[in-house]
Design a protein around this ligand. Structure first.
Ligand code: DQA
Length: 160
């Protein structure tokens, strides 16, 4: 019969890996071919790989998603309530229009990082306002795909 291992003076606490949800909004599925002079040549798969590699280095888990539909993004944010340790979001065009994504993000208690490949504030005026910024702990913009890596690193510091 196996006897249990008794370690009277040692408490072993196994910490689960931190979970990060990365959400990408409309048209980001076409990254690489979509206006590469603005958004660069990396595909969304390349960005995902960069995020996964960065997260592995910090012993964190990444769930990387993209949708062209506002409601689906909102469903994913709602699922994240009490289930993830951090959220990174590039809401793309919804950044400038979606009160509902703002409201959904407001229900999260974990840190949120807003990411943009380009710097919307240096572009057309309709991109200057963001509904995400008021609910985000950090905003990273104009750094291309590297901005996602910086966002993962920011969360690693804040969470771990
Ligand atoms: C973007 C900037 C938005 O203004 C635009 O609608 C996008 C991408 C960016 O990553 O630079 O789709 O979020």
């Amino acid at each position: 019969m196996l006897s249990p291992l008794v370690l009277p003076h040692i408490t072993i606490i196994k910490k689960n890996m931190s979970k990060i949800l990365i959400l990408n909004g409309p048209n980001l599925n076409l990254l690489g071919t979509r206006e590469p002079e603005i958004y660069g040549h990396d595909t969304l798969k390349d960005v995902e790989k960069l995020c996964v590699e960065t997260a592995q280095h910090h012993k964190m888990d990444i769930d990387f998603r993209q949708s062209n539909h506002e409601g689906i993004l909102i469903d994913w944010i709602q699922e994240a309530i009490n289930n993830v340790d951090g959220v990174i979001i590039n809401a793309a065009g919804y950044t400038h229009t979606s009160v509902s994504i703002h409201d959904a993000l407001k229900m999260l208690t974990c840190p949120i990082v807003e990411v943009h490949l380009s710097d919307p504030e240096t572009r057309e005026e309709f991109r200057h306002f963001s509904y995400i910024t008021p609910v985000a702990q950090a905003v990273i913009k104009g750094q291309g795909a590297q901005g996602y890596k910086q966002a993962v690193e920011f969360l690693a510091k804040v969470i771990n």
